[in-house]
Design a protein around this ligand. Structure first.
Ligand SMILES: [Fe+2]
Length: 582
């Protein structure tokens, strides 16, 4: 039985395909159309998923769409009456959703009447929860999804057991931890969709001086019986003007309208404009924002643990990308095991919706664990060879060699050890926003200057944003204060104080690292590269950042070569080919 999951007309448009309970492929549309967080209809992602499964549209039995227009219909109608412009926007989006069978047929030049698949509408947060629980190794777990907003809710929790999930509670519009984080991110002058990461990085440079003020912006009672929180709505505008995400038709870039009100400025001082310099009070506010998010998020998780008595938790939703908060779960709550879906944001809904149909609706037993994130396109030796040949690399004086595995690893590790910057392109592209050793830029973690070099020469991004370490899983406890697996870079742990000077480049200013624990089973070649680097240097860690320069992560070998040529990378490995600048 074949199930196609589609996240369409929403940021992070994506597709996934599940055949007889096994995930075959999952990918974001942005990797193909090269627009970061692209919304719209993910025709190319769907096409790739079908191809990877060796199927055509007529072989699909079920199509799962992570949006249910009837969820919380009374709340929707209430707000639609108060906000006519918002109602108009919703009707437009709804019209698009009801037209998904037609959009699918159009994209494939098929007659919509001939698509035999049954269409299912899965509520947004149930799809988030499904993406995490049904991909986790846990038979039983507590579940929490938290994001900006989806189907008029921002937070949902419950429990999972075998192939069933039970929903216990929800926080509905207009209250939202994700929108709280986005509103303060906007206030701090970071206006682009997805800029919340920047503020999480900035938080480590400040003190939570404004924590008390933010306790009034998000209200949460850690001692009350109920879970959930409320926003101090005077500080916000979305409950008056509508929170709907929109996107530019031309390039599918999503955006959110202004979320904070003048009350926020009265309480916290004037907002920062995007061009204004960053002052200490901005760093302190970032720190306060992070501190308040942690109080509420970890507070909810603690209640969830206490109420369910479960030791494992599955997380999804954009807030679950807060690796700093996730790293504190072990100390602040009774949970001992954590699973975060690698595409915890809305891309992951495509996988979640498909598995929701397979387990929750069809009652099929569990037989799949997502223990790696390599579900995207891959390219053959021939594809790579052709991309190299037509690139002009040789004409431009680059040395190109095809090497056997062991030699390739030794040479490449030596290049990293010499302080050079390496583009590393292998196998299937990663699912989710983190490069995890198949589309990565890799560098020497021992050099404190590497952060600046990478920022100046390759990444062109804010200096305060940290880089991440990839560590051999078996060495985690030597370098980090915690060793619970973090295969998808969704947890940040403290680096042991005596190890910080060994890996200064991917250690953040607060002594933490958003680590990727690498096992031989999940990624044998990346494990071999880090092992070769350890053999040369004694350090089982490399610095890993995504293979891109202010664009979606590269997908095809041509894009990797283009990024290599555009930036000042020193060497590039594509499959078995090693390319070095002359
Ligand atoms: Fe979401």
């Amino acid at each position: 039985m074949n199930i196609l999951g589609i996240n369409a007309y929403h940021g992070n448009a994506s597709a996934a395909i599940v055949c007889d309970g096994r995930l075959i492929a999952a990918v974001e549309e942005e990797r193909f159309n090269r627009v970061k967080y692209a919304a719209g209809f993910p025709a190319q992602a769907i096409r790739y998923c079908l191809k990877a499964a060796g199927l055509t549209l007529s072989d699909i039995d079920h199509v799962a769409v992570p949006r249910n227009p009837y969820a919380r219909i009374a709340t929707k109608l209430f707000y639609a009456m108060r906000m006519p412009s918002f109602a108009r926007e919703r009707i437009k989006v709804l019209a698009k959703f009801t037209g998904i069978p037609e959009a699918l047929a159009n994209a494939f030049d098929a007659d919509s009447k001939k698509i035999a698949a049954r269409f299912h509408r899965i509520e947004h947060h149930q799809a988030h929860l499904a993406s995490s629980f049904y991909c986790s190794p846990f038979e039983r777990a507590a579940l929490l999804s938290a994001d900006g907003l989806g189907d008029f809710a921002s937070t949902m929790w419950g429990t999972g057991s075998g192939s069933r999930m039970k929903i216990d509670g929800v926080v509905a519009f207009p209250h939202s931890l994700g929108l709280f984080y986005s509103a303060v991110t906007q206030y701090l002058g970071f206006l682009k969709f997805g800029d919340e990461y920047k503020v999480m990085g900035l938080a480590a440079y400040g003190q939570p001086e404004q924590l008390e003020a933010l306790r009034d912006v998000v209200r949460f009672d850690a001692r009350s019986k109920g879970n959930g929180f409320t926003l101090g709505l005077d500080y916000f505008t979305h409950h008056r003007t509508g929170p709907e995400m929109s996107w530019a038709e031309a390039d599918k870039t999503p955006s959110l309208g202004k979320l904070f009100s003048s009350e926020m400025e009265k309480r916290l001082g004037p907002a920062r404009g995007p061009e204004q310099s960053l002052e200490q009070r901005h760093r302190d506010l970032s720190s306060s924002l992070q501190a308040r998010l942690e109080e509420v998020y970890l507070g909810m998780l603690k209640k969830l643990a206490e109420r369910t008595g479960l030791k494992a938790v599955c997380l999804a939703g954009g807030v679950a990308f807060n690796c700093v908060a996730n790293g504190k779960i072990f100390d602040e709550t009774p949970f001992e095991q954590v699973y975060v879906h690698p595409a915890a944001g809305d891309a992951g809904l495509a996988v979640g919706a498909a598995y929701h149909v397979w387990h929750q609706l069809l009652g099929k037993p569990r037989a799949f664990v997502m223990d790696h994130a390599y579900w995207g396109p891959e390219y053959s030796r021939n594809d790579i060879r052709q991309a190299i040949d037509s690139s002009g690399l040789a004409r431009n004086g680059c040395a190109i060699a095809e090497l056997p595995e062991e030699e390739l690893m030794r040479h490449t590790a030596a290049i990293i050890m010499e302080g050079k910057i390496l583009g590393w392109f292998q196998g299937r592209a990663e699912w989710g926003p983190r490069a995890l050793g198949n589309r990565s830029i890799v560098a020497d973690p021992r050099r404190p200057e590497m952060k600046e070099i990478l920022n100046q020469r390759i990444k062109h991004r804010e200096i305060f944003r940290p880089f991440a370490p990839s560590i051999l899983a078996e060495a985690t406890a030597e370098y980090f204060e915690k060793s619970h697996p973090s295969p998808f870079m969704t947890l940040a742990y403290s680096v042991w104080p005596e190890k910080r000077e060994k890996i200064p480049a991917p250690t953040h200013v607060d002594g933490t690292g958003r680590l990727q624990t690498v096992t031989r089973e999940a990624n044998p070649r990346y494990h071999a590269l880090i092992s070769a680097f350890r053999d040369l240097t004694g350090v089982p860690v490399v610095l890993n950042t995504s293979f891109n320069d202010n664009e979606p992560i590269v997908c095809r070998p041509e894009e990797a070569i283009d990024c290599f040529q555009r930036t000042q990378m020193d060497a590039l490995v594509l499959g078995d080919f090693l390319i070095t600048r002359g």
